[in-house]
Design a protein around this ligand. Structure first.
Ligand code: S3P
Length: 428
């Protein structure tokens, strides 16, 4: 349980954004496929990315660590070894989906499993195209859910249009394609985060954009890198929204990744009237980064749909909190993917915000929030074991009258273990 009282003070000061989860996963997995030692600076030390780290060790990869600096001794694409135990992916969909793609093409047997939440998440979306490439993957629930058993084999390239904009699915296919026979072409219904393409290309993979399609030609040797992981806009988002909605706040958030495939939250908040200045823009390890200065402002309602959705999919729960205080009715469409995240985020965020007095309504593909209906009311709320729901509710609780009690607060360990300390420090 975590008790949070209505904040009597604004949020002021500065913080460095927590390291990016998506890029940390990829850095440790991809480094293992290069020949030679890669260095990863500012690796995210959180439960999810440590799942990828330990799975890579189970696959025979040597990794040494000093704080957040990792040295990964890659043995090339053919260098992974058959794991003797089940690969435990914990809560991490990224670990499971990326590794399934990779291991489908390795000449050995592996089993991947996760926690209760992960073992309820859909895997048919990766199994179906990987099977068309020749993969042999067996799964619980008539081929839908983990645990997964993978009997690695020689694959062939595929020309495939993803049914959903999913970077995990796209990355699984690209990893399988690295050693497949013939080229692989992938089309996306909307553009999802492109860290895999950027990183693999920097390592020497033959990967190019042909119009809206991604083409990968196999068998290029990958070279080791020095990766510097930027700050995670998805973790920064909780503080961006908190500073925007708490009167008198001004926060400097350093080193935030602003890759256009991830930065929809900034665009939508600015459209709502938020004051967010981007300074000190630079490119680190192929990713655009900036310092953000966020100050309090009055917000108005907004509609989110279409191509915007994949650009802020993980930020929709905390955006719902901003919508609750904005004037007018906000609507999110085209976000049915929220149903298959760490929790059913359409149900969990609307259900918990309702307990705080917010007129929030779940729909088939998103939610409707009637903003500014009255003050939020401190309540007993539940994170449902979902890190992003826990942090979104914490932001709502800062503004809610009286006290709120959040159950399962340790869920933040998945992506942002220092969240509670940072929140306390900045609200002093
Ligand atoms: C991620 C992709 C997204 C995102 C997740 C991380 C990634 O999931 O929601 O938190 O690192 O590739 P989907 O691929 O399911 O959209």
């Amino acid at each position: 349980m975590r008790t949070i009282s209505k904040s009597r003070k604004p949020l002021r000061g500065e913080l460095t954004a927590e390291a990016d989860k998506s890029i940390s996963h990829r850095a440790v997995i991809f480094s293992a496929l290069a020949r030679g030692e890669s260095v990863i600076r500012n690796f995210l030390l959180a439960a999810d990315t440590l799942s990828s780290y330990t799975c890579m060790e189970q696959l025979g990869v040597q990794i040494s660590r000093q704080d957040s600096l990792l040295r990964v001794m890659g043995k090339g694409l053919e260098g992974l070894q058959e794991p003797t135990e089940v690969l435990n992916c914990g809560n991490s969909g990224t670990t499971m989906r990326l590794l399934t793609g990779l291991l489908s093409a390795r000449p050995f047997f592996s089993v991947l499993s996760g926690d209760r939440s992960l073992n309820r998440r859909p895997m048919e979306r990766i199994i179906s195209p990987l099977s068309s490439m020749g993969a042999q993957i067996f799964a619980r629930g008539q081929g839908h859910f983990p645990p997964l058993a993978v009997n690695g084999s020689r694959l062939k390239g595929i020309d495939y249009t993803l049914p959903v904009a999913s970077a995990q699915l796209k990355s699984a296919l690209l990893l399988a394609a690295l050693t497949a026979e013939g080229e692989t072409i992938i089309s996306e219904p909307q553009k999802s985060r492109d860290h895999t393409e950027r990183m693999l290309r920097a390592m020497g993979a033959r990967i190019e954009l042909v119009g809206q399609r991604i083409r990968l030609c196999p068998e290029a040797e990958l070279s080791p890198q020095e990766f510097i992981v930027p700050g995670d806009i998805s973790s920064a988002a909780f503080f961006i929204v908190a500073a925007t909605i708490l009167p008198g706040s001004e926060l400097l958030i350093r080193g935030v990744g602003i890759n256009p495939s991830r930065s929809g939250i900034i665009d939508i908040l600015v459209q709502m009237g938020a004051k967010i200045k981007l300074e000190n823009k630079k490119v680190i390890s192929g990713e655009p980064v900036a310092d953000l200065i966020v100050s309090h402002s009055q917000l108005k309602a907004v509609e989110v749909e279409g191509d915007m959705v994949p650009r802020l999919i993980d930020e929709l729960p905390v955006l719902a909190v901003a919508m609750a205080v904005a004037s007018g009715t906000s609507i999110v469409h085209d976000a049915q993917e929220l149903k298959v995240k760490e929790s059913d985020r359409i149900e969990t965020i609307t259900g918990e915000l309702k307990k705080m007095g917010v007129p929030a309504h779940a729909t088939q593909d998103g939610f409707i929030i009637e903003g500014g209906a009255g003050p939020l009311i401190g309540s007993r709320v539940n994170s449902h074991g979902d890190h992003r729901i826990a942090m979104s509710l914490a932001v709502a609780a800062l503004l809610a009258e009286g006290q709120s009690v959040i159950s399962n607060p340790q869920a933040v360990d998945i992506s942002f273990p220092a969240f509670w300390q940072e929140l306390e420090r900045l609200s002093q």
